[in-house]
Design a protein around this ligand. Structure first.
Ligand SMILES: C[C@H]1O[C@@H](Oc2ccc([N+](=O)[O-])cc2)[C@H](O)[C@@H](O)[C@H]1O
Length: 484
């Protein structure tokens, strides 16, 4: 059984779900990126058109009805920055306090909000209000997320990018986008500060700064990470002026393991790089990673050197899909091909370890959700929510077992002390899976993209049983017992 008041729900991102019926938003880098003929020719994107998507913008009442039928009572909704501010906010001036290239403070006042008001799209604000009201009228828990990869074109125009060097996500932060992001975050918290139950400033910044480094050197990784750390910390401060809700970050996680568990030191190093470096900065002000990166210091690991960053996380959103198995190479480390996230995108073939693999080529590894949640708990003891977990599986061949086995492992972590108060599945319906377009089907609910009709997959009914029992009913336990 899960604790009383445990929340079951779904996660959603604006760009992946909203378009499909009306109100096409052509104003993002991802819209342009996904239509770019060179990208399509070079198979960087699928050629599928997000404007032919599932149409949550119009069909949200229907989707909420279906989620309610499944027994869900929580939702994480991503707001599209480009819809709120289709034009640049740069003309709204704010005071920025800086030292040695670090942004220590961005002053947002009521006057700033008034000036932003003149630039925001009131129809979009009203439309998001309608979506949130529909969620709240059902008595659900609402998590609002501000950044899920897509950016307004006035912040990032992909035509200015060198796609040979940088062919995945184009949305890196820099000094000026940090400042604009903080204005947007403050504005959202001003208007939605009491309707939301919890805020996240960003989804998986680590997937962004991982892919957008100009080179793969650790210095470059850290310099990119610094902008996201500052974007969050400065937004946190600005938002707290207008809301008393918890503010956190949603992070991408792999359960890090060294190949055949032979190199525990490497596991520790990679966990630090991939997970703790970001959170240590925002929880303890520990920017140990600056050494050799942005500047040289004689910093001692564990000692706060940036108090302006510490205590800026109230909760952690955990996205979990698979593991990362690593081994050393001459200059650093690499993923072991055939395991975890790196099986080579072979749908339904077995991983090197004999485990099943999803349609995105991600090995199914349910123990990982336990390991990740416990690792966060032991290091930070903060509240957590599972903000993404699920698999691409059009025929629902493995999803019922995936659901039960991951939830069993989550239940075990909660029994061992982890403070996780909700599970938000990715995804309620099929959607636009970035470069892969519509080909990867993550939905508990299948969508016919032509008619926009929704069809329950069997795993939606498994989920209904689980929510009804607030845990895995005895009759379904067997689904979690197999090794995948
Ligand atoms: C399916 C969802 O995936 C999320 O993104 C990722 C990307 C990469 C990894 N990984 O560790 O390799 C995990 C999750 C994303 O947040 C969401 O939008 C979906 O696309």
């Amino acid at each position: 059984m899960f604790p009383k008041n445990f929340k079951f729900g779904f996660s959603e991102a604006g760009f992946q779900f909203e378009m499909g019926v009306s109100d096409i938003d052509t104003n993002t880098d991802w819209y342009k990126w996904s239509h770019d003929s060179e990208n399509i020719k070079n198979h960087i994107v699928s050629g599928d058109r997000p404007e032919e998507g599932v149409g949550y913008w119009d069909l949200y009442p229907k989707d909420h009805d279906l989620a309610e039928y499944i027994g869900m009572n929580a939702a994480r909704i991503g707001i599209e920055w480009s819809r709120i501010f289709p034009v640049s906010t740069e003309r709204v001036t704010v005071e920025v306090i800086e030292e040695n290239g670090d942004i220590l403070e961005i002053k947002i006042t009521e006057k700033t909000i008034k000036e932003l008001d003149l630039l925001s799209d009131k129809n979009a604000m009203q439309h998001y209000t309608n979506i949130f009201n529909d969620i709240k009228k059902r008595g659900w828990f609402l998590v609002i997320n501000l950044f899920h990869w897509s950016l307004p074109l006035w912040i990032n125009d992909p035509s200015n990018r060198n796609s040979e060097k940088d062919n995945a996500l184009g949305n890196c932060m820099n000094r000026s986008s940090v400042i604009e992001f903080v204005k947007y975050a403050a504005y959202i918290s001003y208007y939605f500060g009491s309707i939301a139950d919890r805020f996240a400033t960003m989804n998986e910044p680590n997937e962004v700064f991982k892919t957008c480094s100009e080179d793969k050197r650790v210095e470059s990784y850290h310099i990119r990470m610094k902008w996201f750390v500052e974007a969050h910390a400065r937004s946190y401060d600005a938002m707290k002026q207008f809301t008393n809700r918890q503010i956190g970050v949603i992070y991408a996680n792999g359960d890090v393991q060294s190949f055949e568990n032979k190199d525990p030191k490497l596991k520790e190093e990679v966990e630090y790089e991939q997970r703790y470096s970001f959170f240590d900065a925002l929880i303890h002000g520990d920017v140990h990673w600056y050494v050799g990166a942005c500047r040289k210091t004689n910093h001692v690991h564990g000692k706060s050197i940036r108090p302006d960053l510490s205590n800026r996380i109230d909760w952690i959103g955990v996205n979990y899909y698979s593991r990362n198995v690593v081994k050393r190479k001459e200059d650093g480390y690499e993923n072991v091909r055939g395991l975890g996230y790196d099986t080579g995108w072979v749908s339904y073939e077995k991983s090197l370890d004999g485990r099943s693999v999803s349609e995105t080529g991600w090995e199914i590894y349910p123990e990982g959700i336990y390991n990740i949640v416990m690792s966060y708990h032991k290091r930070y003891e903060l509240p957590m929510m599972i903000t993404e977990n699920g698999m691409a599986d059009d025929n629902d061949r493995f999803r019922p077992r995936y659901l039960v086995s991951h939830l069993k492992n989550l239940e075990r972590a909660i029994n061992d002390g982890a403070k996780v108060d909700g599970y938000l599945h990715w995804a309620l319906t099929d959607n636009f899976e970035w470069g892969s377009g519509f080909s990867k089907k993550f939905g508990l609910i299948k969508v016919d993209y032509k008619t926009k009709k929704r069809y329950l997959r069997p795993s939606a009914l498994i989920m209904k049983e689980i929510t009804k029992h607030n845990g895995i009913p005895e009759e379904l336990e067997w689904l979690g017992e197999d090794k995948f």
